[in-house]
Write a protein that binds this ligand. Structure first.
Ligand code: G3P
Length: 219
C-alpha cells in the first residue's frame, strides 16, 4: 500500500518527503483554508515540485461545464496534478469527459460501493472512500474500503482505491489489510505510524550500554 499525505501544509509535505515513504498528496478546500492561504494554484504548484507522484486538487465550482473548464485549468498547473471531482451524477459526467481527455480524476467524497463503482466505470483513476466520516456517522468505513477493493478486483477495474479521511494509525493498518492501494493520511498520523514505545526504550538502552562500554574503554 502506498502512503499519500492528506494536507495542504507545504512544510509538512517537505518534512514527510524526507522520510522517503510519501508517494502522493491529496488536498481539498478545507485543508487549504486551515493553512490560511487562498492561492490554491501557488500551493498546488509548489507541492507538485516536492512530490513527483499524484497530487490531488479539487474543483471548487458547480455545474458540469464550469467544473470541466476549471479542471482543465488545474490540470495544466503541473503534469502530476489529479483532479478531485465529487461523487455525484454531475461528477460522473465531468469524470467521463475528463477521462476522455486523459485528465486523471480522483472521484472523491465516496460513501458507497455504488458511487465507487460508477466512478470507476466513468474512468476515474482513483476513488476515495471517506473512512473517518463514515465511522463518525455510525457506519464501518473500512468495510466500504474492503468491498470496493473486492469488487474492483473481481471485475479487474484499473481504478485505484484511496482510503481517505484517515484519523489514526489503526485506520492505516486496517486499510493495508483491506487491500487499499493507497492510504492518504494527515502528517500527524504518518508520524504516529513511525512510533513504538519499545523501539524508544530499545534505542535508549542501546545508547546507554554503548556509553557504558565507551567509558570503560577510556579508563
Ligand atoms: O482525504 C479526505 C480528508 O481530507 C477528509 O478528512 O478528516 O475531514 O474527514 P476528514
Amino acid at each position: 500500500m502506498e502512503i499519500f499525505l492528506d494536507t495542504a501544509n507545504v512544510k509538512e509535505i517537505r518534512q514527510g518527503a524526507k522520510l522517503g515513504v510519501v508517494s502522493g498528496v491529496t488536498t481539498n478546500p478545507s485543508l487549504l483554508s486551515k493553512e490560511g492561504n487562498a492561492d490554491y494554484e501557488a500551493v498546488v504548484k509548489e507541492i507538485c515540485t516536492i512530490i513527483p507522484g499524484p497530487v490531488s486538487a479539487e474543483v471548487v465550482v458547480e455545474g458540469a461545464e464550469a467544473m470541466i473548464e476549471q479542471a482543465r485549468k488545474i490540470a495544466a498547473w503541473a503534469p502530476n496534478v489529479v483532479i478531485k471531482i465529487p461523487a455525484t451524477a454531475e461528477g460522473l459526467e465531468v469524470t467521463s469527459a475528463l477521462a476522455r481527455e486523459k485528465i486523471k480524476v480522483n472521484f472523491t467524497l465516496c460513501f458507497s460501493l455504488n458511487q465507487a463503482l460508477l466512478g470507476a466505470l466513468a474512468g476515474a483513476a482513483f476513488v476515495s472512500p471517506f473512512v473517518g466520516r463514515l465511522d463518525d456517522a455510525g457506519h464501518d468505513g473500512m468495510e466500504l474500503v474492503e468491498d470496493i477493493v473486492d469488487v474492483f478486483d473481481y471485475y479487474q477495474l484499473p481504478t485505484k482505491v484511496i482510503a481517505a479521511s484517515i484519523r489514526h494509525p489503526e485506520h492505516c493498518l486496517a486499510a493495508a489489510k483491506a487491500g487499499a492501494h493507497i492510504a492518504t493520511v494527515p502528517y500527524k498520523v504518518l508520524m504516529q505510524m513511525t512510533k513504538h514505545p519499545l523501539t524508544d526504550v530499545g534505542v535508549a538502552r542501546f545508547l546507554s550500554d554503548w556509553q557504558g562500554i565507551s567509558r570503560g574503554k577510556g579508563k
